[in-house]
Ligand binder design. Structure first.
Ligand code: HSE
Length: 298
């Protein structure tokens, strides 16, 4: 049997929700073609759109697929995968997560859904560990569940869906510079002052409450990150200029997408997303780095 899967790009972290809050983007993602094979194991036959290894143990889809197959005790065959990478690796919108999530989701469909979504997140996280050096679930969870998710705990896994207001739109600007997640994690301090913790978890609570109640003012006030962003933003040329441009054009909030270098803005409605996207592009035209822009519903 064969299946073609769309695996969405994701924004995770959502500012204050470092490693816990993420959202899936509608309309931007990888395409995976899966075919069950009598031979066991995962064979990645082709990757287009990015220069990434085909070897099973060096490819996130290979690792996630193997984790799935090892747990699927009722199935002794394997899978052949072709990946159309439409999300640039290293862009900060969940490129590795999309391939891992798409693989395990597709396998699960082909084999009659032996696993639930939390299990699939666990398998896909194995791929994330290869890509970033840390098995975080904030990208794979929204890629698999859709919408917005909260990873309350990674060990053991405990994932909750968060309400996603229909009017919520996202804009992404991807500067064409490479920033590895593993490097962007190494620059972070491992301890924080209590005062910053208090501010951050106030914002996380505010953001989740704002999403559930569709209180866009509360969402806007809560889209702040006083811990990670001040450190990582130094690695993104033009970050402050972009923030000013996004907020002046009416964005609810602005921040780093994942570990960067992409930045994102959330908006209330498609028209504002359009305006914010234009403003971001205009602001970055003044900086001598090529970029790509995307905006659309969450
Ligand atoms: N939560 C991770 C980080 C996401 O910010 O390091 C990386 O894609």
């Amino acid at each position: 049997e064969k299946l073609t899967v769309f695996a969405p790009a994701t924004i995770a972290n959502l500012s204050c929700g470092f490693d816990v809050l993420g959202l899936a983007l509608d309309g931007i993602g990888d395409i995976l073609h899966l075919e069950l094979t009598p031979e066991p194991g995962v064979s990645i036959t082709r990757v287009t759109g990015a220069d990434i290894p085909l070897e099973t143990d060096r490819n996130v889809a290979g690792i996630a697929g193997m984790a799935f197959l090892e747990a699927a005790t009722g199935y002794s065959g394997g899978v052949r995968i072709e990946i159309e990478k439409r999300i640039a690796p290293g862009s900060g919108i969940g490129s590795s997560a999309a391939s891992s999530a798409g693989t395990v989701w597709g396998l699960n469909q082909l084999l009659g859904e032996p696993f639930g979504l939390p299990d699939l997140v666990g398998f896909a996280m194995k791929g994330e560990a290869l890509a970033s050096g840390a098995a975080h679930a904030d990208n794979v969870a929204p890629a698999l569940y859709g919408g917005i998710t909260l990873v309350r705990s990674s060990h053991p896994l405990d994932i909750a869906r968060v309400h996603c207001p229909e009017a919520l739109h996202a804009c992404i600007l991807h500067p064409q510079i490479e920033l590895k997640t593993s490097d962007a994690r190494k620059v972070l301090r491992t301890s924080i002052p209590l005062s910053k913790g208090i501010r951050q978890w106030g914002n996380v609570g505010g953001l989740v409450t704002g999403l559930f109640t569709e209180d866009f003012g509360l969402i806007s006030r809560s889209l702040e990150d006083c811990i990670i962003e001040p450190v990582r933003s130094l690695l993104i040329p033009g970050f402050d200029t972009l923030r000013e441009a996004a907020l002046a054009a009416g964005a609810l909030g602005f921040g780093i997408s994942g570990s960067g270098p992409s930045v994102y803005a959330l908006t209330h409605g498609a028209d504002t997303a359009e305006a914010v996207s234009r403003a971001l592009g205009k602001a970055y035209d003044a900086i001598d780095i090529p970029y790509t822009l995307h905006h659309g519903p969450v």
